[in-house]
Design a protein around this ligand. Structure first.
Ligand code: FES
Length: 98
């Protein structure tokens, strides 16, 4: 095993978990649409060397989804909708260009 330094300033995790039963999941919301829109914005702004965006399984706060975590800054957005994308991008920008 080799220990490496994280190559990104920011890693954004979007829960896209879906379930086959009646429990609430982030995938019930717009999480896949959110991920696609954020990826497009990050690419068009030239932030790809600084930001990694990954979908993830359950983060444990399913009732508050869709959930988006930003690490290592420990920022957590809940009940995210596409209308929140500008605020998330503003946060990313403030973290990347400090
Ligand atoms: S399904 Fe997203 S936090 Fe549990």
């Amino acid at each position: 095993m080799k220990k490496n330094e994280c190559p990104y300033k920011v890693h954004l995790f979007i829960c896209v978990k879906t379930r086959d039963d009646d429990r609430t999941s982030c995938g019930d919301g717009d999480s896949l649409q959110l991920k696609a829109a954020l990826k497009n914005e990050i690419k068009s702004r030239g932030w790809k060397p600084h930001v990694r965006i990954s979908d993830t399984g359950c983060l444990g706060l399913c009732e508050k989804g869709p959930n988006v975590m930003i690490y290592p800054q420990k920022i957590w957005y809940s009940s995210v909708t596409p209308d929140d994308i500008p605020e998330i991008l503003n946060t990313l920008e403030s973290v990347i260009f400090v």
